[in-house]
Design a protein around this ligand. Structure first.
Ligand SMILES: [Zn+2]
Length: 244
């Protein structure tokens, strides 16, 4: 299994950067986790959009979904040109309702609501959604090929369940939006880098990549705070592929 970081920023990108999007691949399967601002052009460097096997949107905030509204044109054109015939399976929380209702477009998506703990099978990969704690319904994902496991936290504040869902992951892609000072200033709905490190350590993960990096934070401070709890923590690097 391999994971490519297409974008690592939230809630908006830095110069030249992109928001959340992660391509997970194994044995001809191409899954996209989130579809935020700026990832679609990068995706095309790895796989043409019509070759996607499935798309999971962790939640319906724009920094995770905005490129979906362009992806739908790529899929529509693929249908017209006979390069794809099936709708793209899309798993997405059903709320907020007004955002959910904007997703459907000319049968290019087959929209489904994930059930917590119910695995979805794609060839050798099994993807299981789990609920995290954000301002709107949000799902993280645990994806395994039977021997190696990727866990994606999505956007969340500290929640105990995340420790068990991340248990012994080979790669834990965890959001680290805040530095510690933001919590004391009342920051909610996201993790600090230090909390990401705490969760990684408690879960016994093998590798921690910090993502959903905020342009208003110093990423050197983000990394240093995570390393207080998990010394091997790294920043997720855009357009880098990680082998599991
Ligand atoms: Zn976000």
């Amino acid at each position: 299994m391999r994971v490519t970081v297409l974008g690592r920023h939230g809630p908006f990108p830095t110069a030249g950067g992109a928001c959340s999007g992660y391509l997970v691949e194994a044995a001809g399967i191409h899954l996209l986790l989130d579809c935020g601002a700026g990832i679609l052009g990068r995706l095309a460097s790895y796989v043409t959009p019509e070759k996607l096997t499935g798309l999971m949107l962790s939640h319906l905030h724009s920094d995770h979904i905005s490129d979906l509204f362009v992806l739908r044109y790529a899929l529509e054109v693929a249908h017209i040109h006979d390069r794809r015939h099936d709708p793209l399976p899309l798993w997405v929380p059903p709320e907020p309702k007004e955002e959910f209702e904007r997703l459907s477009y000319r049968d290019v998506f087959s929209i489904q609501v994930p059930s917590v703990g119910r695995p979805i099978h794609f060839g050798p990969l099994t993807a299981t959604p789990f609920a995290v704690q954000h301002s709107i319904p949000t799902f993280g994902w645990r994806i395994t090929d039977g021997s190696r496991t990727l866990v994606y936290s999505a956007d969340t504040e500290y929640c105990e369940d995340l420790v068990s869902w991340a248990h012994e992951a080979d790669l834990f892609l965890c959001e680290a939006t805040f530095t510690q000072i933001r919590l004391t200033q009342g920051g909610r709905n996201h993790l600090t880098a230090e909390q990401a490190g705490q969760i990684a350590r408690a879960a016994g993960v093998k590798r921690l990549l910090l993502t959903h990096l905020s342009p208003v934070e110093n990423i050197g401070t983000v990394l240093a705070e995570a390393r207080r709890e998990f010394p091997e923590a790294q920043l997720a690097e855009e357009e880098q592929t990680y082998l599991l």
